[in-house]
Ligand binder design. Structure first.
Ligand code: DAT
Ligand code: MG
Length: 148
């Protein structure tokens, strides 16, 4: 019998990319037993950022958020682990890095609530929606061997 695995979706945001933190963030992700199912280097247009964050359309920070998210390249990935969504939210920490626990990605790499280094899905349903926003089925690969 295999483990019951689930997926989450992540983006390494423009601030972390520009500061050179891609490697440090990916290292924390892999050290915490998340497996990569898909990954790419891309940049959102303003329209795409607006669509991705449509759920926040009425929030006062929406325009600032989509301007920021389309301002530079990002790294996007689908990650697999048991309890992926909840465990990844624990690993990234509070939305506001000032409130994030020690040992979290946002505590280590984020500078403000608006520019907070990394995204993580907030539910299994949104993990699927967000993964499908960026990746086709042809871009997803699972490591299959006795040790994973
Ligand atoms: P999270 O990214 O932790 O899921 P969220 O879904 O509430 O947080 O918000 C999405 C993003 O919007 C967040 O990563 C950064 C930005 N944001 C949230 N609250 C903000 C605020 N009060 N001021 C500026 N940007 C904010
Ligand atoms: Mg969110």
């Amino acid at each position: 019998m295999g483990y019951l695995k689930s997926v989450t979706f992540t983006m390494i945001k423009p601030d972390a990319v520009k500061k050179g933190h891609i490697g440090g963030i990916l290292d924390m992700i892999l050290q915490n037993d998340f497996k990569i199912l898909a990954m790419k280097w891309t940049q959102l247009s303003l329209k795409q950022a607006g669509d991705f964050y449509l759920i926040h359309k009425e929030r006062p920070f929406y325009q600032e958020l989509i301007n920021f998210m389309s301002s530079a390249p990002i790294v996007v990935a689908i990650l697999e682990k048991e309890n992926a969504v909840i465990d990844f939210r624990k690993l990234i920490g509070n939305t506001d890095p000032a409130k994030a626990d020690a040992g979290t990605i946002r505590k280590k790499f984020a500078s403000s609530i608006g520019e907070n280094a990394i995204h993580g899905s907030d539910s299994d349903e949104n993990a699927q929606i967000e993964s499908n926003f960026f990746f086709s089925s042809m871009e997803r690969f699972r490591i299959c061997n006795a040790h994973t």
